[in-house]
Structure formats: C-alpha cells, structure tokens
Write a protein that binds this ligand. Structure first.
Ligand SMILES: Nc1ncnc2c1ncn2[C@@H]1O[C@H](COP(=O)(O)OP(=O)(O)O)[C@@H](O)[C@H]1O
Ligand SMILES: [Mg+2]
Length: 337
C-alpha cells in the first residue's frame, strides 16, 4: 500500500485494524506524518480492542481527546456512548454527582433522580480529561469503580455495576503528582495500564505542513473559497514558531488566516503570530554544557526583560525567582542598561 505520495501509507495495526493515512484524515480527522505520532496512533489502534485502561499524556492541544475518540470509534464499543468528563472543570461535589448520579432526596435540592455519567457510558467509553486535577476523595471513588466495576448513586445503598472502558488524559507529569502525594499511587497504576504519550507539536514538525493543508481545506469550505494557497514566507513562519498551544493553536491560527486574509494566498501577517515569539533555532555546538547553559540563560533573561520592558519585579515574577537573584544574574551576564 506504500504509494509514492505516501498518502495511502498504512499505519501498521494488527489484523483487521489496518487504517490508512487517508482514512485517518477523512474519517477520523487525524493527520499523521511524523514518526512520533505514527507510533501513538499505532499503539492506540492496537490497544483499542481491549478493555485495558489507557492514560494519554501530552500538552494541551496535542490531540489527546482526538486519540481517545479514535480508540472508541474503532473499538467493539463504537456503537455505544463516548462520554467526556473534564475533571478539572467542576468542584468536587458537582463532579461526584456528575459521575455517579444521585437519588431523589439524596441532599437538599435533589428533587429528582439523576443518572450519572458512568451509567450513561455503560458498554461504552468514558474519557476522564485532566485526571490530575481530581481531588483525593474522588480518587478513592474512582479507584473503586475501576477495581470493582461498581459504585453507588449518591443517597443509595444499592451498588450499580457498569461495563465502562476508562481512558484518562493529563497534561501534567502524573507520576510527579504521585511523588508529591497529590495523586494516589494505586490509582495511577490502575489508570495507566497502557500509556500513550503525544509529543508536543514543536517536536514533530513533519506534521505541520499536512496539518496546515488539512485545516486550510476545512476552513476554506466553510466560507466558500475554492482555491487558497499559502505563501512560502507564511509556511516558514509556521514551521519556525514553537506552538505552545500545539495543534489547537495552529488550527485557530489557520482559521483566522483563512477568514481574515485576502482569499487567495495566506500571508505571514494573517496568522496572528508575533514575530518576537519565534524561537531562535540556532544552537551552537562545540562548547561546554556550562557555556551553553549560560548562553541560554543570558538570552532567556534578556528576552524576558524585553517582554516586561525592563521591569525587574515583573520579570522576576515571570521567571519565578527572587528579585535579588535576578539582579545578580543581570550583573553577571552584563545585561545592565
Ligand atoms: N493530528 C491531528 N490532526 C488533525 N487535527 C488534530 C490533530 N491533533 C489535534 N487536532 C485538533 O486540534 C484540536 C485540539 O485537539 P484535542 O484532542 O482537543 O487536544 P487535547 O485533548 O490534547 O487538548 C482539536 O480541534 C483537534 O481536532
Ligand atoms: Mg482536551
């Protein structure tokens, strides 16, 4: 299947789960070019058929939810619900009623019975986003559902049994939270039977050109433009930018450029990227590590001071260091103006 264009290149998956790049893009809206993302997709497809818990880690906007949906959509559970819960968005008590539901009269204001999301997701998949934000009490309750497959609606003594596949996601180093005793170690291992780690976009720049093409296609259709190209300068700017918001930021930037541009060719100024945000990719080698670190530190402090227009108090806050320490570094690196 390896055609010249590479478009039909198969993402190797076991047996009947051979999915081509073209199918990933058209049906699952996933663009895959880099080796790093190919590996993630390959593992995701392989793991999709099982019921093992999955932990997907990656910075915000790298495609964690997209990968979770892919896993659901190619799994035997695909005709059943895929339920998304943002564990960081709700206070503890609300999260509990959302997940487990409650009986009528369970607490003041519980005027009706509420079915929780674990019940809604029965025979399907539940996607627990920002799992690292979950409170200790909720962690215990989640552990029970995962270990025993049962829970109680709030205000009920009758345990409910569900068959739910759990996929969770985190943009934190979750094991660091375990070390800090903020996340239960036993729950960590329960959630993390299979771990998928999506690299940030800046570490898989091969994905950028096909993503740009994909998003241009998508957005030009919504506003009825037939032909729209991108200038070399714009593409260079896009590939040299470091995309802290990852694919989500790129998607928004292309949308903006398609809508606000001249309708024929996307130019650098349409993208809404500040030139100052471009990271300098020039790295000198053949010097000691200490010299390299010093040069980076000097550059970094200089840029932060530029950002704060020389305000040391603000700069120290951004850098999260003491103001006196910053002053010492400024002197040491000869950054005084
Ligand atoms: N490889 C990809 N191909 C196409 N679109 C992508 C890809 N990765 C992410 N996206 C898009 O970027 C946006 C953010 O993805 P999302 O899955 O919500 O990220 P996360 O859950 O990691 O914050 C979504 O609109 C998603 O469709
Ligand atoms: Mg998300």
């Amino acid at each position: 299947m390896n055609k010249e264009s590479g478009i039909h290149e198969a993402i190797l998956a076991p047996e009947d789960l051979q999915i081509s790049k073209a199918e990933l893009a058209s049906r699952h809206h996933i663009v895959v070019q880099s080796e790093g993302l190919k590996r993630v997709v390959h593992d995701a497809l392989k793991a999709a058929r099982s019921k093992s818990t999955i932990l997907i880690s990656g910075e915000s906007g790298t495609g964690k939810e997209l990968i979770a949906r892919l896993m659901h959509n190619v799994s035997p559970r695909k005709t059943k619900p895929f339920v998304v819960v943002n564990c960081g968005a709700l206070p503890e008590t609300l999260l509990e009623t959302e997940l487990f539901g409650h009986e009528k009269g369970a607490f003041t204001g519980a005027t009706f019975r509420k079915i929780g999301l674990f019940e809604t997701a029965h025979e399907g998949t539940i996607f627990l986003d920002e799992i690292g934000e979950m409170s200790p009490t909720m962690q215990v309750k989640l552990l029970r559902v995962i270990q025993e497959g049962t829970f109680n609606r709030i205000g009920s003594a009758v345990p409910i049994t569900v068959d739910v596949r759990v996929i969770s996601a985190t943009n934190k180093e979750l094991y660091e939270e375990v070390k800090k005793k903020k996340f239960r170690e036993d729950l960590y291992y329960r959630l993390n039977v299979i771990h998928l780690s999506i690299p940030p976009l800046r570490e898989r720049k091969e994905d950028i050109p096909p993503l740009v093409e994909f998003f241009i296609d998508e957005f030009k259709n919504t506003i009825g433009i037939e032909d729209l190209s991108i200038s070399d300068e714009a593409l260079t700017l896009i590939t040299s930018y470091h995309w802290p918001g990852n694919v989500r930021e790129l998607e928004n930037s292309i949308e903006r450029a398609v809508v606000m541009g001249n309708g024929q060719e996307i130019l650098p100024q349409d993208l809404g990227i500040q030139k100052a945000e471009i990271r300098d990719n020039h790295i000198e080698v053949g010097i000691t590590l200490q010299q390299a670190l010093d040069s980076f530190k000097k550059d970094f402090i200089k840029k932060t001071l530029l950002l704060t227009k020389g305000n040391r108090k603000k700069a120290a806050e951004i850098l999260d260091i003491q103001r006196t320490y910053l002053s010492r570094l400024i002197k040491e690196y000869d950054l005084e103006v």
